[in-house]
Design a protein around this ligand. Sequence first.
Ligand code: IPE
Length: 254
Amino acid sequence: MIIVKLGGSVLTDKTKPFTIRYATLMNLISDIRKYINETKNAMIIVLGGGSFGHFIVSKCIEDKGFIDEYCASLTSNVMNELALHISRLFNISGLSTMVFTTHSIFTYDNYELKGDTKIINHYLKQQIVPILYGDVILYKGRFKVLSGDEISWYLASILNADKLIFVTDVDGVYDRHPRYPNARHLPLISLSKDLNKIRIETRGYDVTGGIIGKLKIGLRYHRGFEVLIINGLIKGNLYKALIGEKIKATKVIP
Ligand code: IPE
């Protein structure tokens, strides 16, 4: 089973509110369809918030200092709508995707994420490709952002995935922001040894910490399955990563 996190940076233009990168999205859908048609492997797709979820949450925090019930409702509905829209595009390409309302599956129990993976497994067994998304969930009377990254790590760890692929807008991890000419690409990164080697700030609307956030969460969940961070802006890259062909990317080990 494979988990693919389609990051907000590749699905949307993170600097422009509510903007989908359709050309890129259609390439990613086509890679996934090709892979599933050829292998019949099970897959779960997780969507990031990009300029949808992140935009709303950052505005709320700017205006009110926290996520109130109206903001939670707005964020959740917008993310659900985005997921349904993307799921319909998968349907048009012939794939059997189904959106799972993420906040009704996940909860925190004493700071630990808990998800109803039984229900997801149930559908996976019937060749459905579940789609989940970064959402807002209620914890101890407060609304909290649950990132698509954490959902992906969690599901990979609990469901014993063979592979977890983070699709982003860069070729993986660099020692500093890739816009610097002297930024060095890191083909392999160990979560326990290398995290202090990276200095990166995030761009656009982002409330969950960008690439560093993604890696830090992994510390909790990495059980030795294969983890790749790849560039989804390059056509065909996702398909290559899915079938195990070598591309410029970062492999993440515990
Ligand atoms: C964020 O999910 C979800 C919301 C803001 C509601 P992610 O943190 O996984 O999103 P991206 O991939 O960084 O955009």
